[in-house]
Write a protein that binds this ligand. Structure first.
Ligand SMILES: Cc1cc2nc3c(=O)[nH]c(=O)nc-3n(C[C@H](O)[C@H](O)[C@H](O)COP(=O)(O)OP(=O)(O)OC[C@H]3O[C@@H](n4cnc5c(N)ncnc54)[C@H](O)[C@@H]3O)c2cc1C
Length: 398
C-alpha cells in the first residue's frame, strides 16, 4: 500500500477482511487504556450505553506528550470522495455542539475553513461538494477578487480560487479532552492515572493488564486507544502498522493593531501539493497557528525531546509571510511538537488483537482524528452494544 502523503484524503481500501463484533451484555466491564480524543469519547459513550467502564491514562487526559494535547484542532467535513469521513464529521459536529451545550462550555469555534486552491480542479474539495449539498452544508466558491473582498489580508496572487466551508472551524483540543474525562467521571466512570502493560494472553484472551501501581486488572473487554504509543505497546503486532512522526505547530504573534482582523479569518488549508500548510488564525488567543502536514521524522512519544527543527520553522515562516504579508515581522510566540500516529493509508483503525478476542485497538488518527472523537466513540459504543460489522475502511491493513 502506498503511504498516505497528507491527512486530507485517506486512501480508499483494497480487499480487507471484515471484522465482526458481538453485542456485549449490558453492565459488561470494559477497560479503556488511553484518555485522548479517541479513548475519552469512547469511554464516555460506552458508559452512556450502560457498560461499567474504567479509563486509564499514564500521564492524564490531554497531556503534553499526547496527540490530543495541543491547543486547537481544525474541524472540517471535506474529505474528497470519501463519504464515510464526511458523514462521520457531520455527526461529530452535532455531538460536539450537543455536549458543549450540556456542559456549558465552548470548544467548537465556527470560524469556517478556507481551502486555498492553485488549480481549476482540486479533487480533495471538489469531490466532497455533492456530500456537502446532500447535507445542506454547501461550500462557497471564492474567485480571487472575492477572496480579496472578503479577506483583504490574504495574498491571492498565486491562487486560482478558494473554497469556503462555512460550517467548519476549530476545536479547543487539550481543554475539551480534559472536559470529556471530567464528564466521564461525573457520569459515573472510573478513572485511573497509571501506565499500563498488557498482561499474558491465554488461549484466546488477554488475561489482565498490569498497572504501574503494581495492580492487575481484569475486564470483559480491553480497548486500547494509545495513539502514537501503539508500536511500543504491541511491537510484534503494530510496529509496522502505526508509526509515530514528529510534527510541529507554530503560533505567531499578529500585529498589535490588527489582532481582530487576523482573529476573524477562517481556519485555512493550503493545497500546494507538497507542504500542505494549514492554520488556525483565531486559535483561542494563542497566536496565529500554522502547522505543516508533511510527515516529520520517526519519533518516540515518551522520551523524544520536543525541540523544533530550525529548517521546518524557517520554511513555515516563509510561507506565512507569503500568504499573509501582514505577518512579515510576526514573532514566534509559542510552538509545539506533537506526535502523529500514522496508519499505512491514513484511515483510522478499529480492530481485534490477532491473538485475543477480548482485546480491541482503536487508533491511527493520522493527523485528522481529533474532530471525529465523539462520533467515533459513539460508533464504537453502539457496536459493542448491538454487535455488527466494523466498516472495512477501519480494518487493520499491513
Ligand atoms: C500537529 C498535529 C495536528 C493535528 N491536526 C488535526 C486537526 O487539525 N484536526 C483533527 O481532527 N486532527 C488533527 N490531528 C490529529 C489528532 O490530534 C489525533 O488524531 C488525535 O488527537 C488522536 O487521539 P488519540 O486518543 O488516538 O491519541 P492521544 O491523544 O495521543 O491519546 C493517547 C493516550 O494514551 C495514553 N497512553 C499511551 N500509552 C499508554 C499506556 N501504556 N498506559 C496508559 N496510558 C497510555 C497517553 O498518555 C495518551 O493520553 C493533529 C495531530 C497533530 C499531532
Amino acid at each position: 500500500m502506498k503511504p498516505n502523503i497528507n491527512t486530507f484524503t485517506p486512501d480508499q481500501k483494497g480487499n480487507v477482511s471484515i471484522n465482526k463484533i458481538s453485542s456485549l451484555p449490558s453492565k459488561s466491564k470494559i477497560t479503556v487504556v488511553g484518555a485522548g480524543a479517541f479513548g475519552g469519547w469512547t469511554a464516555l459513550y460506552l458508559l452512556r450505553n450502560g457498560f461499567q467502564v474504567t479509563l486509564i491514562d499514564a500521564w492524564g487526559a490531554g497531556n503534553s506528550r499526547s496527540s490530543s494535547g495541543d491547543e486547537t484542532r481544525v474541524i472540517r467535513s471535506t474529505y474528497g470522495a470519501n463519504e464515510f469521513y464526511f458523514d462521520l464529521n457531520v455527526r461529530a459536529l452535532q455531538l460536539w455542539k450537543e455536549n458543549q451545550q450540556a456542559w456549558g462550555k465552548q470548544f467548537f469555534h465556527n470560524s469556517g475553513v478556507i481551502w486555498f486552491c492553485y488549480q481549476d480542479k482540486n479533487p480533495i474539495v471538489d469531490d466532497s461538494i455533492p456530500f456537502a449539498k446532500k447535507h445542506q452544508m454547501d461550500y462557497e466558491y471564492l474567485s480571487p477578487n472575492e477572496i480579496s473582498r472578503r479577506f483583504a489580508i490574504i495574498n491571492k496572487e498565486d491562487l486560482h480560487h478558494a473554497w469556503l466551508d462555512p460550517f467548519g472551524g476549530y476545536l479547543k483540543a487539550r481543554e475539551s479532552t480534559i472536559a470529556v474525562k471530567e464528564a466521564f467521571v461525573k457520569e459515573g466512570g472510573s478513572f485511573i492515572n497509571a501506565f499500563v502493560k498488557p498482561g499474558s494472553i491465554g488461549s484466546t484472551q488477554l488475561n489482565n493488564i498490569e498497572l504501574s501501581t503494581g495492580e492487575k486488572l481484569t475486564a470483559d473487554v480491553f480497548l486500547f486507544t494509545c495513539g502514537p504509543w501503539f508500536s511500543q505497546l504491541f511491537p510484534e503486532f503494530l510496529s509496522k502498522t502505526i508509526t509515530c512522526t514528529k510534527q510541529e505547530a507554530y503560533y505567531f504573534g499578529v500585529p498589535q493593531d490588527q489582532s481582530a482582523v487576523f482573529d476573524q479569518l477562517p481556519a485555512w488549508i493550503d493545497l500546494d501539493g507538497k507542504d500542505f500548510y494549514y492554520g488556525i488564525p483565531g486559535n483561542a488567543n494563542r497566536g496565529f497557528k500554522i502547522g505543516v502536514d508533511k510527515r516529520g521524522e520517526i519519533f518516540d512519544p515518551t522520551n523524544g525531546e520536543r525541540i523544533l527543527d530550525p529548517q521546518v520553522l524557517a520554511d513555515a515562516r516563509k510561507f506565512i509571510q507569503h500568504r499573509f504579508p501582514g505577518l512579515k515581522y510576526a514573532p514566534l510566540v509559542e510552538s509545539r511538537v506533537c506526535p502523529y500516529e500514522n496508519s499505512p493509508d491514513g484511515n483510522f483503525i478499529f480492530g481485534n488483537h490477532p491473538e485475543a478476542t477480548n482485546t480491541w485497538i482503536l487508533g491511527g488518527g493520522s493527523g485528522h482524528g481529533f474532530k471525529h472523537g465523539p462520533a467515533l466513540g459513539e460508533m464504537v459504543a453502539n457496536l459493542f452494544r448491538d454487535g455488527g460489522e466494523v466498516n472495512p475502511l477501519l480494518a487493520i491493513s499491513k
